[in-house]
Design a protein around this ligand. Sequence first.
Ligand code: FE2
Length: 315
Amino acid sequence: MTDSTAFDVAHIGSVELLTPEFDKSLWFFRDLLAMRVVAEEGGSTFLRTWDEYELYTIKLTPSDAAGVGRTTFRASSPEALERRVAAIEATGLGEGWVDGEVGTGRTFMFRDPDGHSMGIYYETERYVATDDKPALKNQASAFPGRGVNARRLDHINYLAKDVEANGEFLADALAMRESERIRNDDGKFAAWWFHFSLKSYDVVYSDDWTKHGNRLHHIAFAPDTREDILKAADIFLENGIHIESGPHKHAINQTFFLYVWEPGGNRIEFANAGARLLLDPDQPVVEWSQEERKKGQAWGMKTIESFHTHGTPIV
Ligand SMILES: [Fe+2]
């Protein structure tokens, strides 16, 4: 049975992306995804999607190599934050409190066993629209009406040397619930999907064949509709962005998807996440076998080879 602490974390707060092509990456997120620059601090640029209720969604940081920096998670209350910090400290992977960035309050930093940097906070500042006021008061800012119109961040998929160890860590540390997983013939998990709320996944671990550690598979943004994802493919084609796979429908969790590589090399997905909600608080985990996965995606498209080999940093 699910207990109430399973809702201690509300959602992913933000993701820091590292890029060796800063200007081009900034163009990708700002001009093609229609994200708004909200702050520039310490060499990084902070951008928000149009329906982000907090101040920022991603932090873009120049770096020698592509990859992922800090991922933050928003606790659902001050008490939930204290509970999660105690749970993280019990794992021995806590790193201590730091000041929050761009509107977020004090943040407790930690790392997963694979080395990915993470932080958890509760206090946050709500975005107040100025020249981007929406017509309807139930959205954070005006619909941009240009490019891909990325509405919100949807999920993050990390590569990990040991999918089980990292999944078990997050289940303990953040009280995440598992939704689906792939078990290979050797008994090891090839990938493991976790969720915080009704959405069927927020954080995913996939096996890193390089066994490098601290690598990113992709982050995903949600536009409004499947049609928006088809239009996004045309926009990326027109702008010379590498389209890696899709548009197609995932078998696992049934999201409609498109994968591209932003100019810095990080894989970015556009996913329509409303397809399948987990309303059952005791939803049993769905496990897929290696044989079942060989059938490919929902409508039969085989998973592209680079999906198993490309990650950032590239090693
Ligand atoms: Fe994804």
